[in-house]
Design a protein around this ligand. Structure first.
Ligand SMILES: C[S@@+](CC[C@H](N)C(=O)[O-])C[C@H]1O[C@@H](n2cnc3c(N)ncnc32)[C@H](O)[C@@H]1O
Length: 234
């Protein structure tokens, strides 16, 4: 049985209890999310506040490590899968790595579909309404963030005309400042004989997308290690 199905069976019909307040979410995700803890919580609460009967969530970059690296990677696909099994909805996750795609498809529920393709090609095929767009493909090198930043900007531009005024947009791996650098980045810098002083700011996957959103009328709701935007001010 998939992790999502186990959680769904256990926590289904917790009427009037919000997903973010459930034991399943608190124990399996929230307590392990580390530097992403507050932003994921904010994102899920924003979705909950929309009181929809069906949520469409699109993400780029699937949870390649399964549930084994929640703190490092985020386990977004499993969080979203559990969310749509609680409220109803669908998750479309796009990843270029066929092994990751097989792994996540076989350990999530039927409400989640992981598609193997380059995100820039696949995003053009999305036709559904989008409640949440999560941008987390293309690993960022904080010493050379431009390739990942350009990819994130192109991903957003590939889907921008299909977003509505309430779509919640979250970008991963975009520290707002040195204060939000996670320990594993400092460790990998140390291995290269570098320190956080070698990192230039702004940085991260959203280095180009954050200013693009700000310039184009999106409202920034939160920015720590991840950044959350919406077109309409809430
Ligand atoms: C950081 S991981 C995603 C982590 C996941 N969101 C989570 O929270 O567990 C990045 C993923 O993006 C995928 N990726 C890299 N380039 C891509 C591209 N051009 N199109 C789609 N996926 C890509 C990688 O294969 C990898 O699985």
């Amino acid at each position: 049985m998939s992790i999502a199905n186990m959680l769904r069976t256990k926590y289904r019909h917790c009427t009037n209890q919000r997903f973010t307040a459930t034991e399943g979410y608190r124990n399996n995700f929230y307590s392990k999310l580390g530097i992403r803890q507050n932003t994921f919580n904010t994102l899920l609460k924003l979705l909950e506040n929309q009181h929809k009967s069906f949520y469409n969530i699109i993400e780029t970059g699937t949870s390649r490590s399964g549930m084994e690296n929640i703190t490092g990677d985020g386990a977004s696909t499993y969080i979203f899968d559990t969310f749509v099994n609680y409220y109803d909805g669908s998750v479309t996750s796009i990843d270029i790595d066929s092994i990751a795609v097989l792994k996540v498809n076989s350990t999530t529920s039927e409400k989640t579909n992981v598609i193997c393709n380059d995100s820039l090609k696949e995003l053009k095929n999305i036709n559904s309404e989008i409640d949440c767009f999560y941008i987390d493909s293309y690993d960022v090198d904080m010493l050379n963030p431009l390739p990942a930043a350009e990819h994130a900007l192109k991903e957003f531009q590939a889907i921008e005309d299909k977003l509505n005024s309430k779509t919640i947009i979250m970008i991963d791996d975009t520290p707002n400042s040195e204060e939000y650098l996670p320990p594993w980045i400092e460790e990998s810098l140390n291995k290269l004989g570098k320190t956080k002083m070698d990192i230039k700011w702004p940085n991260g996957k959203g280095m180009l997308l954050v200013p693009y959103l700000e310039k184009n009328g999106y409202t920034k709701l939160s920015h720590a290690y991840q950044a959350i935007f919406v077109k309409e001010s809430i």
